[in-house]
Design a protein around this ligand. Structure first.
Ligand code: ATP
Length: 242
């Protein structure tokens, strides 16, 4: 099985119970691995560490498509698509220009980039906003633009932090369909979410993060996923108290 992402012993301590504490996680090709956890559990910190935006300590490691993070070349980064923190967009440029630039940054050739951008505009239903400057877009459409920028070059490794934030129900469905198409092509997806119903629809595996540790792995088909999530969190909280 090809591992698109592998994290071993990831540690970065910000304070007692804040940060990451020896965390292991993998994402296989063709898999959506969802990360769920309460506010402050460490989801964004983990994603930032995976993307090299934050340094791990104490010998933890990240491999992207089998390559250790410190050896990941620009060519490998072009096989990664991510949306963590703010959506990519130059405020003064319109949607189509932003996407064309993002495609170029991700290694799409000059001749193909406009077509790649137009395909992403269609995929995330941004046609009405193609000529609108990013700064004039609504929050949800800016999020669609950021997702289009992250996914349009058909990355093999996809990392998305709470991607459904600000999306309307139609946007949620478009994102789900887009991710399932990428996964069908062999991509591996790591996605965090607070929406357990959406997670149940899309994920193959659900990891519960609590105070910087994976404290449970849930089957998305579990009948009451919300309850299973809280059971994992509360069991861990009790164990750490004792
Ligand atoms: N740069 C930093 N310096 C100090 N503490 C930090 C830093 N970044 C994150 N933290 C702390 O690490 C913990 C995990 O934060 P993180 O943003 O990863 O949580 P999260 O699971 O993404 O939360 P949310 O669901 O609210 O987005 C929090 O206690 C946070 O305050």
């Amino acid at each position: 099985m090809t591992e698109r992402l592998s994290v071993r012993g990831a540690t970065r301590v910000f304070g007692p119970d804040a940060g990451l504490f020896g965390l292991d996680l993998t994402v296989a090709a063709g898999e959506v691995h969802a990360l769920v956890g309460l506010n402050g559990a460490g989801k964004t910190t983990l994603m930032r560490a995976i993307l090299g935006m934050l340094r791990l300590t104490d010998g933890g490691s990240v491999h992207i498509d089998g390559v250790p993070l410190h050896r990941v070349s620009p060519g490998v980064w072009r096989r990664v698509g991510h949306l963590v923190d703010h959506p990519f967009a130059y405020p003064e440029l319109d949607t189509r220009t932003n996407l064309t630039l993002a495609a170029r940054l991700n290694g799409v050739g000059a001749a193909s980039a406009p077509g790649t951008a137009d395909a992403a505009i269609a995929e995330l239903d941004l046609g009405r906003y193609a000529a609108v400057r990013a700064r004039r877009l609504s929050q949800g459409n800016r999020q669609r633009l950021g997702l289009a920028a992250a996914l349009q070059h058909h990355p093999a490794v996809i990392v998305l932090d709470e991607p459904t934030n600000a999306l309307d129900p139609a946007g949620v469905i478009l994102l789900r369909e887009t991710l399932l198409r990428r996964v069908g092509d062999g991509a591996g997806v790591l996605v965090s979410s607070h929406h357990l119903d959406e997670v149940a629809r899309i994920a193959h595996r659900v990891s519960v993060l609590n105070h910087g540790r994976i404290v449970g792995v849930l089957d998305p088909d579990t009948p009451d996923l919300e309850r299973a999530f809280f059971d994992s969190v509360h069991a861990d909280d009790e164990q750490r108290k004792s």
